[in-house]
Design a protein around this ligand. Structure first.
Ligand code: SAH
Length: 362
């Protein structure tokens, strides 16, 4: 049963093909897809307009994976909620709901853990556990919608994991989530963040989707980038920026460069100026992120003053720049921190409630 295909991970076309193989009429695929992705049911038995015989067959041949919420933390300083979901095999992943004036955004994970090894990132510390299926990515959104009773209007693939290292499943997820028969979320409201797997960025551009691409740059040159991001040894900074420009040109979508400011590492005026030179004239925007301290690596967030002067240098050089607001700072709402606290605290037989609810992230 557990080895069966997860029916929620099938794109609409794949589901049609499966039902055709079973000798079913095409309209059945539409009905089933609606149950899975519009009504977002948790049991095949809930498909009340499908015959008992077909439901039994679906139950036999497929599994239906639903994420179980193991913990939930609501921030007291803003309306952010962080969810920890059990994905089986003793693994948990995290997702964050952020409420903005324009709607609800959810940050989803694409893998449990990550193998990219960025030194400032909590998700990288334990390495990659496994990649998530398309259904598990969609489920993070569905369970949050069900829990809050509110629709999610935008999604950022910026939780743990490197989405382009889980390319096929992420493509299936993007296909599933924007289907008008299902959850119907426009690609224009989806952002995919990558550490810069240049070859895959070209492949993504080939798909010609209207999603926003965000690139984690975090350094103005190769020397600094290689110190914090092992992937920089494979793809140098100019190769990554070239791939990003190609994406922008072909999709006509402005690319975001993310830059986490770490005190004394990448936050000087000189660093800002070098970054501005590299990005001059590109269809892009820089999002400065005050780094979340990760104790394991002794990185400290830049001061407010350094952040503002870094931003001024970029703006003076004509680079559009924003500084990211920090949400959910009282609930470890950043970058794999909560999952990591949970995994650390979890010992067999111990109460599963992670002891982090009152701990500040900073
Ligand atoms: N692997 C993808 C997406 C996941 S990380 C990527 O690299 O983009 C999402 C974002 O959070 C990335 O920009 C990542 O570099 C950033 N990030 C990771 N750890 C951080 C920290 N301690 N403080 C601030 N941003 C961090």
């Amino acid at each position: 049963m557990e080895n069966n295909i997860d029916i929620r991970s099938l794109t609409f076309d794949a589901l049609c093909a499966e039902l055709e193989k079973m000798g079913e009429k095409p309209f059945r695929a539409r009905q089933i897809f609606k149950w899975l992705h519009a009504k977002q049911i948790t049991e095949i038995s809930e498909m009340t307009d499908i015959s008992n015989a077909l439901r039994a067959r679906l139950n036999e041949e497929y599994s239906l994976k639903t994420l179980k919420t193991v913990a939930k933390f609501a921030s007291k300083v803003d309306n952010t909620i962080k969810y920890l979901f059990d994905i089986g095999g003793g693994l948990v992943i995290e997702s964050v709901l952020m409420r903005y004036s324009y709607g609800n955004a959810v940050c989803i994970s694409s893998q449990a853990g990550c193998r990219m090894g960025c030194t400032f990132c909590a998700s990288a510390i334990g390495g990659l556990e496994r990649s998530l299926s398309a259904g598990e990515m969609a489920e993070q959104i569905y369970r949050i919608q069900q829990d809050t009773g509110e629709r999610v209007s935008s999604v950022v693939i910026m939780g743990s994991g490197e989405p382009l290292d889980n390319f096929e499943n992420v493509m299936d997820f993007l296909d599933i989530i924007h289907s008008p028969l299902g959850n119907d979320l426009s690609h224009r409201h989806i952002t995919l963040s990558t550490c810069g797997l240049a070859d895959r960025i070209y492949e993504l551009a080939d798909k010609n989707l209207q999603i926003t691409l965000a690139i984690s740059l975090h350094a103005p040159n190769d020397e600094i980038r290689q110190r914090t991001m092992p992937v920089a040894k494979k793809y140098d900074i100019d190769t990554v920026i070239r791939a990003a420009s190609d994406y922008a040109q072909r999709t006509k979508r402005r690319v975001t460069f993310e830059y986490a400011l770490i005190k004394g590492v990448n936050d000087s005026a000189e660093n800002a100026s070098e970054l501005a030179s590299r990005l001059k004239g590109k269809l892009c925007h820089v999002n400065l992120i005050p780094v979340n301290d990760v104790k394991e690596h002794n990185y400290i967030r830049s001061s407010e003053k350094s952040i503002q002067s870094f931003a001024s240098v970029l703006r003076a050089r004509g680079i559009e720049t924003t500084v990211r607001r920090r949400l959910g700072s009282d609930i470890n709402a950043a970058c794999g921190q909560l999952r990591r606290s949970y995994m650390k605290d979890k010992t067999p037989g111990k109460d599963k409630t992670p002891g982090v609810s009152a701990r500040r992230a900073d």
